[in-house]
Design a protein around this ligand. Structure first.
Ligand code: ADP
Length: 188
């Protein structure tokens, strides 16, 4: 298995579910920027307060806050297999990630894109009702709009590096995981 992988895909594409499975089967340590941001908000930290307004509007949190939160977390990750979920989200973040990993003596092994059509995403998110303040119809629409605005440049970036792996995310979690697992293996 690759020691460092990233899961890309729209909100509601099941990145968290797939990350949990990879964690269980292969011991990956997951790093979800969305989860770190929600924890920071709950703890009432400065970063959490500043990020909250963007999150509730479905907009991207500015890079300086994201990079600060990722850098803090990455300190604990020496020697571990790393799985990024929700980061990178823009080509600029992807480029910064490449540089940051190189400084840590690591490199990304695969960028796994979980493809799911918008109508499926909307249905899933509005159905899951986990009480997230950004899971309402307007914010979900905005998160999808932001996603589509950012994903193509990231896809070309990772295609150029030969790291992009596409997975059909519309099926059930087992079917998606079979593909994700293959993509995370060093052969995939
Ligand atoms: P989803 O994938 O369903 O949108 P996340 O938990 O990944 O859920 O993200 C929730 C929100 O957190 C996003 O809408 C955005 O405001 C913010 N966020 C998370 N990760 C990033 C990131 N890498 N860059 C900018 N904003 C982010």
């Amino acid at each position: 298995m690759h020691r460092t992988i990233a899961l890309l895909g729209p909100p509601g594409s099941g990145k968290g579910t797939q990350a949990a499975r990879l964690q269980e089967e292969f011991g990956y340590t997951p790093l979800s920027t969305g989860r770190l941001l929600r924890a920071a908000r709950q703890d009432g930290t400065e970063i959490g307060r500043r990020a909250g307004a963007y999150m509730d509007r479905g907009e991207l949190v500015p890079d300086d806050l994201i990079l600060a939160i990722v850098r803090d977390a990455v300190d604990d990750f020496e020697g571990k297999a790393l799985l990024f979920d929700g980061f990178p989200r823009t080509r600029a973040q992807a480029e910064t990630m490449t540089q940051g990993l190189a400084q840590l003596g690591r490199e990304l092994g695969a960028a796994i894109l979980i493809d799911v059509p918008d109508d499926v995403v909307v249905e899933r998110i509005l159905g899951r009702a986990q009480g997230r303040s950004d899971d309402n119809p307007e914010t979900v629409r905005e998160r999808l709009r932001v996603y589509h605005g950012e994903i193509d440049p990231m896809i070309s970036y990772y295609e150029g590096l030969g790291l992009l792996r596409r997975v059909d995310g519309a099926g059930d979690p087992d079917a998606v995981y079979a593909q994700v697992r293959r993509s995370a293996s060093a052969e995939g």
